[in-house]
Design a protein. Structure first.
Ligand code: AMP
Length: 465
């Protein structure tokens, strides 16, 4: 018998799959490749993330800012850099009707810097701590954890060059992910040194890489002329082998840059943050100098293990037309965080479920039930209903499906008498009460049920012991 019902449920599951798939094949419009709907069943994760972010933003003294999803393309070409994959291959650009070249933002930092300068935030008391959140777009090859539209949370601090700020940013990223319930979060850190150090290092690196050019992948051969640092974090096996013996940034630092990095590591030790130094970590974007870091989930393998990354960009504000302002920031990839939360089965906060169902029968009752619903809702009682249905049976089925503890029934007679039937779904008992006293009675019943459930839970716990 059991085998039969399980094969039936298997069949209905595969039927569901087939019908979903066939629907997908026949609908005339689908979301663009690499862009997806985040469905109601996943919203519990995203809602939980929003809540945790709001808490961390407040705790660390950040202010929220909302930026446009579209910027002038120059905002990114000037900051992220012409020779980077993001600009060359992945950015969605298009001319506006007025002829300006615009871009869907491929990352959030450059827009933040533009907003900081444009809104005159240089005059604010330093450090200026800003937070933003939203979609970013990259024309990448879609796969699990890699989309063309993805979501980031972005934290930036302007006007502080002390390494303690670098440590605090890493601490904050760590805190955020731990609060979200993720385990196995680790950091990779490195330093690129000052702009001058970076320039000198680049020369050294290019001369080393030229001698190994034959061993590089096709992309990296091209990168050699435009973005040689990027070769160090190419994921091709043969490029990684070349990168292993390449000169390292940490061996070519000015005394100030070395000291900055040394202090950062000491602070991270003090905070007991799990990190390793990764000499090949350069991050692909031009604007970084000094500290760079990536946030990894140790539970994942491969490229999609990166949950976020960031670093210092002390010269970017000036390069974008502002005053010289040191800055540091990081972004967390929220799609990957959701993937990890699911994989690690983290606990998520979900909205309280309604415990009361309101059923109505007949024209007059239907009309009156709208007012009753508003009255309950105004008094903080969450109620479900299915006003579109007329039959009591179907409504009661709905009520038990959502697990309601109480069903309120308003029929023709009750509507005339200004009463309702209150059915306790836990004990099965029911009584007719006046509509005037309904809120008071429901509140009392919910309280009593709460006590009963609590007692049952305690009995269960005792039995387990
Ligand atoms: P990046 O600045 O490129 O290192 O991006 C920061 C974080 O955003 C990464 O560590 C990922 O978690 C996330 N991310 C970047 N690109 C994508 C993408 N195409 N799809 C999903 N998440 C992404």
């Amino acid at each position: 018998m059991r085998a039969k019902s399980s094969s039936r449920s298997q069949r209905s599951n595969s039927e569901k799959k087939i019908s979903k798939e066939s629907v997908r094949m026949t609908v005339p419009f689908q979301s663009p490749r690499g862009m997806r709907d985040i469905l109601p069943e996943d919203q519990v994760y995203w809602g939980h993330i929003d809540r945790v972010l709001a808490k961390v933003v407040q705790e660390f003294g950040f202010q929220k800012i909302t930026l446009p999803t579209v910027e002038c393309a120059g905002v990114f070409t000037r900051s992220v850099g012409e020779g980077t994959d993001i600009i060359e291959k992945e950015m969605y650009t298009f001319p506006s009707r007025g002829g300006d070249m615009l871009a869907l933002r491929p990352e959030l930092t450059a827009g933040m810097v533009r907003a900081f300068i444009q809104n005159g935030m240089q005059v604010l008391a330093k450090p200026v701590k800003l937070f933003t959140q939203g979609p970013a777009f990259r024309y990448d090859r879609p796969q699990e954890g890699r989309y063309r539209e993805f979501y980031q949370a972005d934290f930036e601090v302007f006007g502080e060059d002390d390494p303690i700020m670098d440590a605090q940013m890493i601490q904050m990223a760590y805190r955020t992910l731990l609060t979200l319930g993720l385990k196995n979060v680790t950091f990779q850190v490195n330093t690129l040194g000052s702009e001058e150090d970076k320039k000198q290092y680049r020369k050294l690196l290019v001369s080393y890489l030229r001698s190994k050019k034959i061993k590089l992948c096709r992309d990296c051969k091209r990168r050699l002329a435009i973005n040689p640092l990027r070769i160090l974090d190419c994921k091709e096996e043969k490029c990684q082998q070349v990168a292993q013996s390449a000169p390292q940034t940490v061996d070519h630092l000015s005394p100030e840059a070395r000291n900055h990095f040394k202090f950062l590591l000491e602070y991270l030790d003090e905070l007991e943050i799990p990190y390793s130094i990764c000499p090949s970590l350069v991050r692909g974007l031009d604007y970084y100098s000094g500290t760079v870091f990536e946030i990894l989930s140790a539970g994942f393998n491969g490229r999609q293990s990166a949950l976020g990354g960031g670093g210092r960009y002390d010269t970017l504000v000036k390069r974008m037309g502002g005053e010289q302002t040191p800055a540091i920031g990081f972004g967390i990839g929220l799609d990957r965080v959701v993937m990890c939360m699911k994989r690690e089965k983290t606990k998520v906060y979900s909205d309280p479920k309604p415990k009361v169902f309101l059923a109505q029968l007949g024209e007059l009752a239907k009309k009156k039930s709208l007012r009753l619903f508003a009255q309950l809702e105004k008094n903080g009682i969450l109620v479900r209903e299915s006003f579109g249905r007329g039959g009591l049976k179907a409504q009661l089925r709905h009520s038990s499906k959502i697990g309601a503890e109480i069903t309120i029934i308003l029929g023709q007679k009750e509507a005339i008498d200004e009463t309702v039937i209150v059915k306790d779904m836990v004990s099965g008992s029911q009584e007719t009460v006046s509509q005037e006293r309904l809120v008071e009675i429901i509140k009392k019943m919910l309280k009593n049920n709460g006590i009963i459930f609590q007692k049952r839970q305690m009995d269960k716990d005792k039995q387990r012991e």
